[in-house]
Write a protein that binds this ligand. Structure first.
Ligand SMILES: [Fe+2]
Length: 226
């Protein structure tokens, strides 16, 4: 079972807080610890379901946060981006194994069932206090810039920025990972395909930033993904 690095916790303030503030900080600390434990537990569950949560997913989550930082997203959303990167496909627990493990391309009907995973993921994660942004990013992680994605058919700026980041992460992860009926692509080829679909499927800024981080560490990516 792959070890899961807990998601980052909000930084503690250096200045000495007043008593009331100290209590608030303690509550925030406990909540952050609960969230971290929850993410680890979900990640272990995905691993048991053999849903491609190898050690590379932790690396992808780190890149997702770096992309979010470079994009100028609000700092309060960095943790949501990291958690979404780790758990974006959690809704696949609701998809039959016969489809997930099928040794060949899916039929249209099977693909329609698989596509429900983003809504299933939202339905699970939205129940957790403090996970509103996470569930929102997961719900929309298969939207496309040209509006031809799912589940809502959002286009361009309509798609939450965090979801645009996760979309690129998910696509890269899918391309480099082995499947029952095919070997994963080399990371360099996966990056080339991301760039080819920048502007239609993916946000070009996300692809550019992600490629810069991933491109610098290709060898490690390939070794971890296979
Ligand atoms: Fe997905």
């Amino acid at each position: 079972m792959a070890a899961t690095k807990p998601p980052r916790r909000p930084a503690r303030r250096a200045a000495k807080p007043a008593a009331g503030r100290l209590q608030v900080l303690e509550v925030e600390e406990k909540l952050a610890a609960t969230h971290a434990a929850l993410v680890c537990a979900f990640h272990q569950m995905l691993d048991l379901k053999d849903l491609d949560t190898g050690c590379h997913s932790t690396r992808l989550a780190e890149w997702a946060v770096r992309v979010a930082e470079e994009l100028g997203m609000e700092e309060s959303l960095f943790q949501a981006v990291e958690i979404s990167a780790l758990l974006h496909d959690i809704g696949k627990v609701g998809v039959p194994d016969a489809i997930l493990q099928k040794p060949g391309p899916l039929t249209d009907d099977e693909f329609a069932v698989l596509k429900r995973h983003s809504e299933y993921g939202w339905a699970i994660l939205r129940l957790i206090p403090g996970f509103a942004a996470v569930s929102h990013f997961v719900l929309h992680h298969h939207e496309r810039m040209d509006g031809r994605g799912y589940p809502a058919g959002l286009r361009g700026e309509e798609i939450p920025m965090g979801a645009r980041v996760i979309c690129v992460i998910d696509a890269f992860d899918a391309m480099v990972s082995d499947r029952p009926y095919r070997r994963g692509l080399p990371a360099a080829e996966a990056l080339r395909r991301l760039q080819e679909a920048a502007g239609t499927q993916f946000d070009p800024r996300v692809v550019r930033l992600f490629s810069a981080f991933a491109g610098a560490e290709l060898a490690a990516v390939a070794a971890a993904a296979n």
